[in-house]
Design a protein around this ligand. Structure first.
Ligand SMILES: [Zn+2]
Length: 69
């Protein structure tokens, strides 16, 4: 489990917001794969608050290498 602060939701793709892709490196995550980072609540300046579901790769070194590439 990471202690990193999550990126701003406005910088993420829909797949990342829904937990279909890694929140850090954007790699696709299979159903049931990836580490759940917990339900997040977003409060946009306009519009209703909503929940999003960040996940990250289970393989952190590979993930960080991809993120930095
Ligand atoms: Zn990743």
């Amino acid at each position: 489990m990471t202690t990193r602060a999550l990126p701003s939701i406005t910088s993420l793709t829909e797949a990342q917001q829904r937990g279909w892709a890694c929140v850090w490196c954007k790699a696709a995550l299979g159903i049931g794969l990836g580490d759940d980072l917990g339900v997040q609540r977003a409060r946009p300046a306009t519009g209703a608050a909503f929940l999003w579901f960040p996940r990250q790769c289970p393989d952190r070194p590979t993930c960080q290498a991809r993120e930095g590439a």
